[in-house]
Ligand binder design. Structure first.
Ligand code: NAP
Length: 262
């Protein structure tokens, strides 16, 4: 499939590992130039070298915390200066901690808002003016299947991430006239470092083994396996491609069929 992404500039946040890393590699394979950010500069630099070597595209990196709005805005400005445009913006970061509702504190709620909703707002606000000038843009938020179906022990994620739905629906209406689409990808259980942390935390709090915890997740997934980061990356690349130019304001769950709603 021709994606039309060659020489586009794709900014992917939270790209030092996990889903963000896979998304960055998938854009590079399409010939897009990349702007990568996360807190761990060493991992980013290693990934940037790997991508430059393998795919011969330009890669710009920035090490900062996406909860820092000033740092996000400065990075987007730098990306535009260095790479010449910001065509695609994938907003991704870590997830809030797994906790039962009564264990959560006000600080947890503030932090989940900053990490999983406000950071997407700040990225969108920073990139949209550049996209408007080009009359072309793609924003893809990474949230969770929890925007459709709450997941156990993830009350922070289940609650805060649904705000993403209001954000993408609103932005999709407001900026379609500028050639900008805004969509959301909701991963189901996908084999990354975050999922390993989650299974080990649940295992130690319940006395089960990590293997049992993972098997219980797999038992809920009709395709019979955990997701691979590449499964999510392929969906993001498609939504960012020319082939998806009539799709906006949508949430695409990539969950192996786990969500049971209509
Ligand atoms: N994996 C799943 O099964 C699954 C399912 C549903 C939803 N999700 C959601 O999808 C997102 C990505 O998941 P993942 O499994 O890839 O997680 P991950 O393996 O923990 O990776 C998270 C990435 O975000 C970066 N990051 C974390 N906090 C950051 C911050 N404050 N500022 C900047 N960068 C930050 C991390 O790099 P640094 O540490 O270097 O900053 C890393 O590159 C998360 O929001 C997660 O909750 C995942």
């Amino acid at each position: 499939m021709e994606t039309g992404l060659k020489n586009r500039v794709a900014l992917v946040s939270g790209s030092s590992q996990g889903l963000g890393r896979a998304i960055a590699l998938a854009f590079a394979a399409e010939g897009a130039h990349l702007a990568l950010c996360a807190r761990n500069g060493q991992s980013l630099d290693a990934l940037a070298s790997e991508i430059r070597r393998q795919h011969k595209v330009q890669v710009h990196t920035g090490a900062f915390d996406v909860r820092d709005a000033g740092a996000v805005e400065a990075f987007v400005g730098n990306v535009h200066n260095v790479l010449g445009s910001v065509d695609i913006c994938v907003t991704n970061a870590g997830g809030p901690p797994a906790k039962d509702f009564l264990q959560t504190t006000d600080a947890d709620w503030d932090d989940a808002f900053a990490l999983n909703l406000h950071s997407a707002v700040v990225f969108a606000r920073a990139v949209i003016p550049f996209m408007q000038r080009e009359r072309w843009g793609r924003i893809v938020t990474i949230s969770s299947m929890a925007v459709r179906q709450p997941l156990p022990q993830l009350v922070l994620s289940n609650t805060i991430r649904t705000g993403i739905l209001g954000l993408i629906r609103t932005l999709s209406n407001e900026f379609a006239k500028d050639g900008i689409t805004v969509n959301n990808v909701g991963p189901g259980y996908t084999a990354t470092g975050r999922l390993k942390d989650l299974s080990s935390r649940i295992a130690s709090s319940t006395g089960r083994t990590e293997v049992d915890v993972e098997q219980a997740w797999i038992d809920q997934i009709p395709v019979g396996r955990l997701g691979k980061p590449e499964d999510i990356a392929d969906a993001v690349v498609w939504l960012a491609s020319e082939r998806a130019s009539f799709i906006t304001g949508q949430t695409l769950l990539v969950d192996g069929g786990m969500y049971k709603g209509m």
